[in-house]
Design a protein around this ligand. Structure first.
Ligand code: NAD
Length: 400
């Protein structure tokens, strides 16, 4: 099954429970617009290389299209279509007035100099003239793109509101860097009592110690939740009594790895996923909980900070085992929510304080978590289908 078919499968499974009309599903099965461009770039050695770029605009019933731009060798139209589809659902679950899109360039950015990357990014922006725009479609960072690339896009286009995830000095929002983890924490906090039969099970294992995982670990520590294991691409560390997260962050900064942390046992990423714990937080890669290992997952709750960490087959196994999966479209929607705040500030010529951004984020995340939980109860289903049902209801109502 292609990634796009996989995304559609998730939508159909939810729609069949909630009686969503076939007309709506037919429209949501096909992006509203798919754009493919070629971008000629003068390389540092004087030669020209032509790169392939994409923008897929899935749906804009609820507002301007919104979605990141990814630089990766594996970027192709099918992947971008799937990611754009998920964005429509994520913005609808979060309750922000935006639609869903995604973009990308097929490139290994590590092979390009900074100057070549800048010319590529500016070339993509020029090629997307008339396709993106503050009231049309607003890109943001994704895999291998950062605030630096967003600043180039804003500069080339000539308006800060054309893109989000910019550096603060180029019109970025306070709180964007911590938004995904903070939003995930607010969702977890709202649902915590309902997810845990036994509050003593509040131990946390986190896969990934980058933007999402590391900040989430810090938030857990601040709220006196016991983080017993974390990992990065080199492997993991485990201490059933809890890890000192500040010391671990310092250790990672000085050694570039979480391994060999004092007082903790080194474990593999596979072992981390299968630990006895309350909450397992995949915050690194997609497809890490699969048909192969789902039966061995011992966590009571899986909080998906990563995009697509659980395959549909694994989802069914976890549901049967009674493991609650808080889906990515809800758990990591804090990032796109603060992206929307950034766009809103740029459109109004405002700059909100970190406290304001945090308060608005908390309100939206708590609201989204409540609404998803209500759908889960109403349709006796899992939280993923509950989230997709909520999004479908909101999309259908916007259409009408
Ligand atoms: P990041 O690059 O900052 O961090 C990724 C982490 O994963 C790093 O610690 C890396 O060492 C680790 N990792 C890489 N390969 C691994 C492996 N094989 N096993 C275990 N760990 C591995 O990325 P991020 O921004 O934290 O994003 C992580 C996930 O969260 C992605 O799925 C991303 O799509 C999702 N997400 C992030 C945001 C955001 O705002 N940062 C928003 C929504 C979703």
């Amino acid at each position: 099954m292609s990634v796009h078919e996989n995304a559609l499968n998730q939508i159909y499974r939810a729609a069949s429970l909630a009686g969503i009309s076939q007309d709506v599903l037919d429209i949501l099965s096909i992006p509203m617009r798919e754009v493919r461009v070629s971008i000629p770039v003068k390389m540092d050695n004087g030669e020209q290389r032509i790169f392939e770029g994409f923008r897929v605009q899935h749906n804009n019933w609820r507002g301007p299209y919104k979605g990141g731009i990814r630089y990766h060798n594996n970027v192709d139209l099918d992947e971008v279509k799937a990611l754009a589809t998920w964005m429509t659902f994520k913005t609808a679950v979060a309750g922000i007035p935006m639609g869903g899109s995604k973009g990308g360039v097929t490139v290994n950015p590590k092979e390009l100099s900074e100057g070549e990357l800048e010319r590529l990014t500016r070339g993509w922006t020029r090629a997307m003239h008339g396709v993106i725009g503050p009231e049309i479609d607003v890109p943001a960072p994704d895999v291998n793109t950062t605030p630096r690339e967003m600043a180039w896009i804003a500069d080339e286009f000539g308006h800060p509101a054309v893109v989000t995830g910019k550096p603060i000095e180029a019109g970025g929002s306070e709180g964007r860097g911590v938004a995904t983890a903070t939003g995930g924490y607010y969702v977890f906090d709202k649902l915590r009592d309902r997810l845990f039969v036994d509050p003593e099970m509040g131990t946390i294992a986190i896969q990934g110690f980058g933007n999402a995982g590391r900040i989430f670990a810090g938030l857990c520590a601040r709220h006196e939740l016991k983080v017993i294991a974390v990992s990065d691409s080199s492997g993991g560390v485990y201490n059933p009594e809890g890890l000192d997260i500040t010391a671990l962050q310092n250790h990672k900064d000085s050694t570039h790895s979480v391994l060999d942390f004092e007082g903790a046992e080194n474990i593999t990423n596979e072992q981390l996923l299968e630990l006895e714990c309350g909450v397992l937080v995949p915050a690194a890669l997609e497809n890490v909980i699969t048909e192969e290992n789902a039966a061995r997952i011992k966590a009571k709750v899986v909080l998906e900070l990563a995009n697509g960490p659980t395959t549909p087959e694994a989802d069914d196994i976890l549901f049967e085992k009674g493991v609650q999966v808080v889906p990515d479209v809800l758990a990591n929607s804090g990032g796109v929510t603060v992206s929307y705040f950034e766009w809103d500030q740029n459109m109004k010529g405002e700059h909100w304080s970190e406290e304001d951004v945090d308060a608005k984020l908390k309100e939206l995340m708590h609201g989204a978590a409540e609404e998803v939980w209500a759908r889960k109860l109403k349709y006796s289903t899992d939280l993923r289908r509950g989230a997709f049902i909520l999004a479908l209801e909101r999309l259908d109502s916007a259409r009408r």
